[in-house]
Design a protein around this ligand. Structure first.
Ligand SMILES: Nc1nc2c(c(=O)[nH]1)N[C@H]1C(S)=C(S)[C@@H](COP(=O)(O)OP(=O)(O)OC[C@H]3O[C@@H](n4cnc5c(=O)[nH]c(N)nc54)[C@H](O)[C@@H]3O)O[C@H]1N2
Ligand SMILES: Nc1nc2c(c(=O)[nH]1)N[C@H]1C(S)=C(S)[C@@H](COP(=O)(O)OP(=O)(O)OC[C@H]3O[C@@H](n4cnc5c(=O)[nH]c(N)nc54)[C@H](O)[C@@H]3O)O[C@H]1N2
Ligand SMILES: [Mo]
Length: 770
């Protein structure tokens, strides 16, 4: 007997046939013209063997008590009951708070978790820890670590760049030339945080071309734009040099809009001295940019002239700031757009992330969404989110961040609910050493991810499809009801219930629940929200029965149109109220790795540097086409993408044949930080000397006891450098890394296995549990 029910994921709304507690089939919601293929990962996911069936505690922790341990990730587990788990965990939280203070709890808990907004794990864990007296938190995201710090300083916002961006409709109608740095990857536009129910990007790009608009894109991968366009494949990481070369042509050929620069910006003259090489004797000319990027100078010159000749939108993908000096690409993109003088004009100006998320180009809601009230965090200590290993390895040490000097706290307990650091963090061997330091690691997850396997206390969560909830996303018009599709798997429980029990045990139960069940919270949040609206919405029961509610949006936006129309009334939230091409504040910080104006800095991981002699291939660790991050790596779409059971690594046929590799081979990808296996796919659409290995294959160490072990499944974060973008933002730099690739030979075999064989993938197997 199967039942049919509707729900939603970060990548779309759907109707599922559910049988035997599992999703059997999924049909995209009718209103979605271009549904995400990732829906195909859902069937079978609720009862997969990788689910965590019940509460578990690491054997060594249970035996020896809390303390640093390098057995994390290699130890066995002991099943405990829910009352035992609550007792142990409550006692450990109490101990840490009483002996070390609340600052000793790291509760940043970064990660995407579920689209349902009430059961959103990060909101729940933060609310819980705040009631206990607080926790060390994290700032910004892996997505936009550099942007989140640089853009508020130079254009007064980062959120509005995506949430109030120029609408697709406006681009279709007005843009002559869309210049994309980092492509317009449709694979990425399937997704938005909190759920997304329409996917307009593909149709918009088609309509733009039909109207005569043209697309030029810079990207090492041809597939980053679908359909006809002009492809430039520069050396990865050199986009800022290319933008400077374009800017130089504008400046020297009288094509820069001086009136716009004078009225709406400050600091262009300081920047121009750098651009022209007035002080350093190095003009950042098209010729200069060609030498760095591998493009032809005449192409750069021709493009600059074309950009100045019509309505041009410059868009910079988010990937361009996930690299050392990542602050520069969005800042320089903004500067280039300012020189063209079209910021605030329909279809011209600046964009950030068309092709990164289903968010830029989509109309924002007019009103806020229902949210779980969070309360204040009594602990002020925080880290930039991607500094987690630094923090755990260097307690008490100072570090620079955004003009301040901060100190890493001494963390004793790490609390993670709704994220997977073995997906998101760089240099996994270093992360494992960092995770050996605290006394206790707590992880809530529905699945035995590598992070769960590295925990001391493992808390089995339900998935979004085993509880009632609703979606909510600023750039989506639908609030979608998410009624439970199935009963919770085995002993799994909602994070809310887990925290309610813990809160009760710790004496703050009443404050945490406010006397409401999860279901009562859904109604309460809906009612308090709807009471504040200036228009009528149906009552909760009606909404729940209808399954969705359409909310009013602001269509037809042009980014910064208000500012252009009236720069005084709509002054930007920057010190000058204008676009800061030169920031006196940033200049004043005196950082060697971020100057007062956008500039070209050589990355460490790039083909033009010294490191490329040892590691001659540039690996792009980009977002996977086949899943969202590490979520549902077990699903059919993700599994179908694997080659020889591993994550595919794509490379130019020439680079493959030089290494004796062909399609379907298992390759070893390595550098001085680590190594992983991957399945070879050759592709002429990949720039020579570039290889592409998406994130998200579950970390699978050949020897779980060895932090430096080979990952047999293909997680690129065993290779990436754990270093911040700069002293300004210390954002994630994981998108780029230099590597070498060779045919994999399973060396000296002591276990008698066939030397031609390859190690099995065990990433999705649960650990041993007693
Ligand atoms: N090398 C490299 N690394 C990168 C990037 C890159 O470009 N290159 N990109 C970065 C980016 S942009 C991001 S956003 C991060 C993403 O990193 P994460 O957001 O940490 O990755 P996810 O795989 O989405 O992890 C979400 C986890 O939440 C769990 N979960 C789902 N629902 C629930 C729930 O209801 N309760 C609980 N407790 N858990 C739940 C899932 O099972 C999963 O384990 O990765 C970053 N890492
Ligand atoms: N299918 C799918 N979609 C996703 C996600 C997912 O996991 N799966 N994750 C979502 C999340 S959380 C985020 S933050 C966004 C991230 O959005 P992005 O960071 O923009 O996405 P990426 O796929 O990492 O990179 C996009 C493209 O940039 C190109 N690129 C990389 N480096 C360079 C460079 O130096 N120069 C140039 N010119 N191009 C370069 C690569 O070819 C790559 O395919 O994606 C979102 N969308
Ligand atoms: Mo992200």
């Amino acid at each position: 007997m199967s039942v049919s029910r509707s729900s939603l994921a970060h990548w779309g709304a759907f109707t599922a046939e559910v049988a035997d507690g599992n999703i059997a089939t999924v049909t995209p919601a009718a209103g979605d013209a271009d549904p995400s293929p990732l829906l195909g990962n859902l069937p079978g996911s609720l009862r997969h063997r990788a689910r965590i069936a019940g509460p578990a505690v690491r054997a060594g922790w249970l035996r020896d008590g809390p303390g640093p341990s390098d057995r994390r990730g290699a130890d066995e587990f002991v099943a405990v009951s829910w009352p035992e788990l609550t007792e142990l965990l409550a006692a450990e939280l109490r101990r840490v708070i009483d002996t070390h203070g609340n600052e000793a709890i790291y509760g940043g808990s970064y990660g995407w978790a579920s689209a349902g907004r009430f059961h959103h794990a990060q909101s729940q864990v933060h609310r819980f820890l705040k009631l206990l007296g607080g926790y060390t938190s994290s700032r910004h995201s892996y997505s936009l670590g550099a942007t989140g710090v640089i853009m508020p300083r130079v254009v007064g916002t980062h959120d509005d760049l995506f949430k109030r961006s120029t609408a697709w409709d406006v681009i279709v109608e007005h843009t002559d030339l869309l210049v994309a740095f980092g492509g317009l990857a449709l694979k990425n536009t399937g997704i938005n945080h909190g759920g997304t129910t329409a996917h307009p990007a593909r149709a918009a790009l088609r309509a733009l071309r039909d109207r005569g608009g043209q697309i030029v894109s810079f990207s090492p991968l041809r597939e980053d734009v679908e359909g006809e366009y002009q492809w430039h494949a520069p050396v990865p990481g050199t986009d800022v040099a290319i933008m400077l070369g374009l800017a130089h042509v504008l400046a020297t050929e009288g094509l820069a809009d001086r009136a716009f620069l004078d009225e709406y910006c400050i600091g262009y003259p300081q920047f121009e001295r750098y651009l022209l090489g007035t002080d350093d004797g190095v003009p950042k000319s098209a010729q200069w940019a060609a030498g760095i990027s591998g493009l032809a100078a005449r192409d750069i010159t021709a493009l600059a002239r074309r950009m100045a000749a019509g309505r041009t939108l410059v868009t910079v993908s988010w990937s361009l700031q996930r690299i050392r000096h990542g602050e520069q690409a969005p800042w320089m993109g903004l500067t280039l757009a300012a020189m063209l003088g079209q910021i605030g004009v329909p279809g011209g100006g600046f964009g950030h992330g068309y092709g990164s998320m289903n968010e830029p180009g989509l109309a924002p809601l007019r009103h806020r969404l229902p949210v779980l009230p969070q309360g204040a965090n009594p602990v002020r200590t925080f880290i930039p989110v991607a500094a987690v290993s630094d923090m755990l390895l260097h307690p008490g040490e100072p570090f620079d961040y955004n003009g301040s000097r901060l100190t890493y706290p001494d963390i004793r307990l790490v609390y993670w609910a709704g994220g997977n650091p073995f997906h998101h963090h760089q240099n996994i061997p270093r992360l494992r050493r960092a995770l050996a330091r605290p006394d206790t690691i707590v992880v809530h997850d529905p699945y035995w991810t590598a992070m769960a396997k590295h925990a001391d206390i493992v808390v089995p969560s339900t998935t979004a499809y085993e509880r009632d909830d609703y979606s909510g996303s600023k750039n989506d018009p639908l609030l979608v009801a998410m009624p439970a599709l199935a009963a919770p798997y085995a002993q799994s429980r909602d994070d809310y219930t887990t925290f309610a029990d813990l809160a009760d045990r710790l004496g703050v139960g009443e404050q945490f629940t406010e006397g409401r069940s999860a279901r009562e919270w859904l109604v309460h949040l809906y009612q308090t929200w709807s009471a504040e609206l200036d228009f009528a919405v149906p009552d909760f029961d009606r909404f729940w029965a209808d399954g969705q509610l359409r909310l009013p949006t602001e269509p037809g936006l042009t980014l910064l149109a208000d500012f252009r129309a009236d720069p005084h009334t709509h002054a930007l939230h920057t010190p000058s109220g204008r676009i800061e091409i030169f920031s006196a504040d940033i200049d004043g910080f005196g950082y060697a790795d971020c100057a007062g104006h956008p500039a070209w800095f050589e990355p460490t991981e790039w083909l033009g540097g010294r490191r490329a002699a040892d590691y001659p291939l540039h690996l792009l660790a980009n977002q996977p086409t086949s899943r969202l991050h590490s979520q549902l790596d077990t699903g059919a779409v993700s599994q179908k993408s694997k080659v020889a059971g591993r994550e595919p690594i794509r490379m130019h046929p020439q680079d493959a044949s030089e290494r004796g590799l062909s399609d379907g081979d298992v390759a070893r990808v390595f550098n001085d930080r680590g190594a992983c296996l991957a399945g070879v796919v050759t592709d002429t659409g990949v720039r020579p000397r570039v290889v592409q290995l998406s994130t998200g294959a579950w970390y699978d160490p050949l020897d779980p006891a060895d932090p430096d072990s080979l990952c047999v499944h293909g997680n690129p974060n065993v290779l990436t450098e754990d270093v911040g973008t700069s002293s300004l933002a210390r954002g994630c730099t994981g998108a780029h890394v230099l590597v070498q690739v060779e045919r994999f030979v399973w060396g000296e075999r002591s276990d008698g296995a066939d030397p031609g064989s390859v190690p099995p993938v065990r990433a999705h197997e649960p650990p041993v549990i007693h």
